[in-house]
Write a protein that binds this ligand. Structure first.
Ligand SMILES: [Zn+2]
Length: 164
């Protein structure tokens, strides 16, 4: 039985990319996540939309120099948005001065971000990105203030700010 299945898979495997291309539009429709899919741009399309610095951070997981972003010292009330797709990510109510030189927050707005583990510095870190366009924002650590104990360490160039 197993042998039969693996043999059948072997025969079908060259067809898989083709089958996926047929099935993908159906899957997308079923997920009813149309907004997300509007932001599935190619690297070249992103390059046209963004400054080279923001492209490097949002689409290549780069990191800006500490203390380089004016948003690090932004203390007004307002909302921080994804610089890629303008989704609201953070409220000024959760911003705090972490002393790291990067805009820091102890919580994100609901459903605004998604996380994954990366190993860029060998030690695993939790990377987070915009839940709508997938743009890399920063890393989250467990040494933040109350009430969450989280520290979302964000690149300023990945954000825009609108005061209230
Ligand atoms: Zn975004």
């Amino acid at each position: 039985m197993n042998q039969f299945l693996s043999r059948r898979f072997f025969i079908l495997s060259p067809l898989i990319p083709f089958l996926k291309s047929i099935l993908n539009p159906l899957m997308v429709h079923a997920a009813s996540n149309d907004i997300h899919n509007d932001w599935s741009l190619t690297k070249d399309e992103w390059r046209k939309r963004l400054s080279s610095e923001s492209f490097n951070i949002l689409r290549e997981e780069g990191t800006e120099r500490p203390f380089s972003s004016p948003l690090n010292n932004e203390k007004r009330k307002g909302t921080f948005y994804c610089a890629g797709c303008s989704l609201a990510l953070f409220s000024s109510d959760t911003k705090f001065d972490s002393g790291t030189g990067w805009p820091s927050f102890w919580d994100a707005l609901e459903d605004a971000i998604e996380t994954k583990i990366d190993f860029k510095l060998i030690v695993p870190r939790t990377e987070y990105h915009c839940s709508r366009c997938g743009g890399h924002q920063g890393h989250v650590f467990n040494d933040g203030p109350r009430p969450t104990g989280k520290r979302y360490c964000n690149n300023g160039l990945a954000l825009t700010f609108k005061p209230e």
